[in-house]
Design a protein around this ligand. Sequence first.
Ligand code: AMP
Ligand code: GLY
Length: 423
Amino acid sequence: MKVLLIGSGGREHAMAWKLAQSSKITELLIAPGNAGTAEVGTNVNICVDDHADIVKFAKNENVDLVVVAPDQPIVDGLCDQLRSAGITTFGPSAAAARIEGSKIWSDELMTKYGIPTAESVAFNNSGAAMEYCRSKSAGSLVVKADGLAAGKGVILPETDDDLASAIVGMLDNGAFGKSSSSILLAERMTGPEASIFAFVDGEHVSAEIAICDYKRVGEGDVGLNTGGMGAYGPPEFWNAELAARVRSEILEPIAKALVAENSSFSGVIYAGLMITESGPKVVEFNCRFGDPETQILMPMLDSDFLEICLAVAENRLAEEEVIWSSEPHTFVVAVSGGYPGSYPTGFEILGIDEATEHGVVFHAGTSVDDNGALLTSGGRVLGVSSSGTTIKDARTSAYFGIEQISFEGMQYRRDIAERAVQD
Ligand code: AMP
Ligand code: GLY
């Protein structure tokens, strides 16, 4: 089969790496891809925003399956456009993608169908939002932009001033443009967090897998939010009882709710959860794979990824068995100096072959120059994904791997998966 994968990050390198291992693959194209995807397939220079061009290319090339990875093109309807053109596509419709594209819509859906989540109220007027906050302490609330905001649309204020500036910034000063013309004020939950993934086709939900990611730039979870500094799985607090509860209280109900709302889901659902004292609750739903979770999720998938994507795209997921490994995995990301603020790029990356002896190197912001040198070209540059018989072994290997790599200004967190290691 000839497959076209849309996207260019570390997540997409991991997906391309796994697709390339399928017994069914004959040709893998990635648009636009990165230096890592070029090693397992052929990069095609098309921008992910150019939907018409993607549809035209897929048709001209007689692609058998398109897999759409990033949130923005999914929310903007690329999967609908591809399907309208008769192209077999893995990824949800824009209607189903509202579970990620509108936090207000998603919250209303969860409330209507009794799916546990934070108590939340929607506002599009800062005066009314500030009035609502009067009887609350800043630390008990979370301010969320309604729409996509590149992972930056959630503010956890510590003081009344932080709370007021988050509300005014979003509603009056357009902090995230149209995405913050409406906001949610949500109750702040506490507890360990996990990202849960399951393939979904209508009401059918595959076996799920749980991963923990690290969003903050600094060790000990301090500093600014990033696209993700590392991940590990399975979480130390995850067990069969919790998994069964998450399936019956969250995953199966959301799939059924979307069918009932005429927005049947086809793709992968990513539930960001908080395990609170009163049980698992949804922080947010996403309509796609997570980054960096996918960089350990793909190595943990024991089934043929292409067969699963095809089964989902053809509405026959129930026939496929999705098997996840329970072997511990750790993924550590190396970023450019200065990230997530501004950072220079164009530095040569050394040590990839040596790192590969300790795990799989997944590229994100990398490119190759005219002389064949591998250069940094983004904030999150690459990462090493390793397995082990214990999480301690997996962690040790991932760090051995990352220590082989060097480029000017390289930084990484040294505490990924540390909390999961029991001595
Ligand atoms: P989101 O983009 O919705 O995943 O939010 C980003 C991060 O903000 C989450 O991973 C949580 O750590 C935090 N967060 C979001 N909503 C809540 C909430 N209601 N209570 C506590 N933390 C939250
Ligand atoms: N891991 C966070 C995200 O993909 O949104």
